[in-house]
Design a protein around this ligand. Structure first.
Ligand code: NAP
Length: 494
């Protein structure tokens, strides 16, 4: 039988796709193509360049554990350092020669006859591969609001994922729509430059203090010379995040006090930082901590004390050529409109491209008709030789690197088993997938998503059916352990 063009096609050259490619190469699969729609690597850290961009998970944890970077300049590194780190990893693990940029994958189809995936690349036709891995991220399809009149706005419109570095904000009259984690980082930076800033908030966000500090040269040198010191720092920080995430959010029923403690801390932070009681009231969330992704900042709240910054909570009725009109009839004149309106996860991103498996099963349609699901957050029945890395129930813990490394471990066990069986085919069984979904569904019952009060949070954790189907409701340790010990018979091999 003819061989496919590639052993594997990986879609996405962000940290997820790079992790998968590193694992494939370690397994001896070197004929791989990493297809990336953007013009460079780094995924979210290539696309996002807005002022204030930084990690909000401490950098010792937000990085590959097998490739620590001793030279982070701060506890929470700025975005450009993440981009440089991605470039370093690509060079060190010899990934660049596999990467092809500006390649928009339109879809992929399992070809039963050849036993290959046929991957369609816009403007280039199709390529074939034995294995297909999609690492297209969760937050990769920007959402621009469909507000009446937005097309008639005569000033400058910038979405945070398409930042225009050449546009000078000095003395502009700006509006920012949105108060998610992106806006929390961006608002203080924009406020420093513009003459007037109106922030349009629909739902307030929980913000806790950020314990950030530069990492002095001697500490960087220590991390470089004694890697165990950085490992220890990673362990402590990851443990803290795990407590916050798993206990306060996922084990909400058992650890309500911890969740309330986090909310009390955020409320005290707000009280200490915002002078005006009315502004404080508007910035106070009315849903349980963790329903929506909370964030860390010391600069967000004080920005609202500035005279030229206004928090608008009346809903937007329409946008005109020179301003925004709210439901109370008031018009705010602006020349710059910044959309910090996030991403579309559930309509266009699961999956990000059309994937057709055996017997014509369309993954997007199947997920919508039968609930969002993926065995261990990465395999789906009737989709042989396919791993979907940005999947329902795959995101484990607060640092995405935990998920990436868990998935790499799963790949190692799965491909190792295929090798020992001299097989080149795997497919997860319907039963294993159904059992996994049942287990996740049951565990979610303890989480803040179902046991807390999340009404009105408008959280992207929930899909169109009201299911919180992104986060894996187990500890990260459990996820990691299962990646190395899942029953091998959960897959069929041929
Ligand atoms: P987001 O959390 O989805 O926030 C989007 C914001 O836009 C929300 O406040 C939303 O209001 C508002 N919005 C959307 N459509 C609107 C409309 N038509 N009218 C008025 N308001 C509208 O997106 P994000 O801030 O980009 O953050 C997404 C995720 O990216 C974060 O949760 C985080 O996981 C990640 N992130 C991470 C970092 C980091 O440092 N690692 C930094 C930034 C972002 P509603 O809440 O009412 O829907």
């Amino acid at each position: 039988m003819a061989a496919p063009q590639f052993d594997a096609v990986v879609v996405g050259a962000g940290f997820g796709g790079m992790g998968a490619a590193i694992q494939l190469k370690e397994l001896g699969l070197n004929n791989i193509a990493i297809l990336e729609r953007e013009d460079d690597l780094g995924g979210t850290w290539h696309v996002n360049r807005y002022p204030g961009l930084a990690v909000d998970i401490a950098s010792v944890t937000y990085s590959y554990s097998f490739e620590p970077n001793p030279y982070w300049s701060r506890l929470f590194a700025p975005g450009r350092e993440l981009k440089r780190y991605a470039e370093h990893v690509a060079d060190k693990y010899d990934l660049r020669r596999h990467m092809r940029f500006g390649k928009v994958v339109e879809g992929a189809r399992w070809d039963e006859e050849s036993g290959f995936w046929v991957v369609n690349v816009a403007g280039e036709g199709s390529i074939s591969a034995r294995y297909l891995l999609t690492a297209t991220g969760f937050l990769s399809q920007p959402h621009s609001p469909d507000i009446p009149g937005i097309d008639t706005f005569a000033g400058k419109i910038i979405h945070t994922t398409a930042w225009d570095d050449s546009y000078d904000l000095t003395d502009r009259k700006a509006a920012i729509i949105g108060t998610g984690a992106t806006a929390v980082q961006l608002i203080p930076e924009v406020a420093k430059k513009v003459s007037a800033l109106t922030v349009y908030q629909r739902t307030p966000i929980w913000v806790v203090p950020k314990v950030d500090t530069p990492i002095p040269g001697p500490v960087q040198k220590l991390f470089a010379r004694v890697p165990t010191a950085q490992k220890a720092a990673r362990l402590v920080n990851t443990g803290l995040l795990e407590t916050m995430m798993v206990s306060a959010v996922l084990h909400y029923k058992q650890a309500k006090a911890l969740n309330s403690g986090a909310a009390v801390l955020a409320a005290a932070h707000l009280r200490a930082q915002v002078r005006d009681p009315e502004t404080r009231r508007k910035l106070t969330p009315h849903y349980s901590f963790g329903c929506k992704r909370p964030t860390f900042s010391n600069e967000y709240y004080p920005t609202f004390n500035k005279k030229h910054v206004h928090l608008e909570t009346n809903s937007i009725t329409r946008i005109e050529a020179d301003g925004i009109v709210t439901a109370d009839g008031h018009k705010t004149e602006i020349d710059t409109l910044i959309l910090a309106t996030g991403f579309n996860l559930w309509d266009v991103n699961f999956p990000a491209i059309e994937i057709i498996g055996r017997e014509g099963r369309n993954l997007g349609k199947w997920w919508r008709d039968n609930r969002f699901q993926a065995y261990e957050g990465l395999a789906v029945p009737q989709f042989p030789n396919f791993l979907t890395l940005s999947s329902p129930y795959s995101y484990s813990g607060l640092s995405y690197f935990t998920t990436i490394e868990t998935q790499m471990k799963h790949m190692k066990r799965l491909f190792g088993e295929m090798r020992s069986r001299k097989s080149e085919f795997f497919e997860v069984t319907e039963n294993a997938n159904a059992d996994f979904l049942d287990r996740m569904t049951e565990k979610l019952g303890d989480s803040v998503f179902y046991a807390g009060s999340c009404e009105g949070s408008r959280s992207y954790y929930f899909n169109q059916h009201g299911e919180a189907a992104i986060l894996r409701p187990t500890s990260t340790i459990n996820a990691y352990r299962e990646a190395g010990s899942f029953p091998l018979e959960d897959y069929v091999y041929a």
